[in-house]
Design a protein around this ligand. Structure first.
Ligand SMILES: [Zn+2]
Length: 207
């Protein structure tokens, strides 16, 4: 069954974040984001239909290209393609997050804002058991994750590629990422990321 959920980011709720994230348009108008997904009953509990491998396959295919399946790549001014790329990954997995309250260059109308993706996944996690907010360093293969600049706003979005032991330091692990932009395909994050870790989501498969 296809479900649709609208979330409204109220001005008072997100004014501060909008200011930093640069959500365009009138700041007094709530931002409306639509998410579409299918649900499935598992053990008597409703879950969002999701296939992690499909999200990872999208990431693997497009991570090295300055392009997405919709034919658009954001790279101008303050825009970067990170949220747009993650929206496409999630869309392939089964969770479609659409921004329809302003003109959107993405041909699939997918969200191009990290703040929106985090807000929608947080709301879905409150309703469905197979989406769980986790800390950034708990992330594993296929988990969407985000950074928070100055711990004020979600500022960068990635899909986790893998984790591995640090050579010569068996008690330490490091995480590798798929991301736009810059194109990361199993690449380490930048050093400053360590001061800006936000959070991540575990989305368990339900099919
Ligand atoms: Zn797109």
């Amino acid at each position: 069954m296809l479900e649709t959920k609208y979330i409204t980011i109220a001005p008072e709720d997100y004014a501060k974040r909008q200011e930093f994230a640069g959500l365009s348009g009138d700041r007094n108008v709530p931002v409306v984001v639509k998410s579409l997904f299918e649900t499935v009953m598992i053990s008597g509990r409703q879950q969002i239909k999701y296939r992690n491998l499909e999200a990872v396959r999208y990431a693997r295919k497009w991570c090295s290209q300055k392009m997405n399946s919709c034919g658009v790549y954001f790279q101008k001014g303050k825009w970067s393609d990170c949220a747009h790329f993650l929206s496409h990954c999630l869309h392939k997995g089964g969770i479609t997050i659409k921004r329809e309250s302003e003109p959107n260059e993405c041909q699939d109308n997918l969200s191009v804002r990290v703040t929106e993706i985090v807000k929608v996944l947080t709301e879905l996690s409150e309703m469905y058991q197979n989406i769980i907010p986790i800390s950034y360093d708990e992330g594993v293969w296929g988990d969407p994750a985000y950074l928070e600049a100055l711990h004020l706003r979600p500022s960068h979005a990635v899909l986790i590629h893998s984790t591995r032991n640090v050579v010569g330091q068996p008690d330490k692990r490091e995480t590798l990422y798929y991301a736009h932009s810059y194109e990361r395909c199993g690449t380490k994050g930048d050093l400053e990321w360590y001061q800006n870790f936000g959070g991540a989501f575990r989305i368990y498969d339900a099919k």
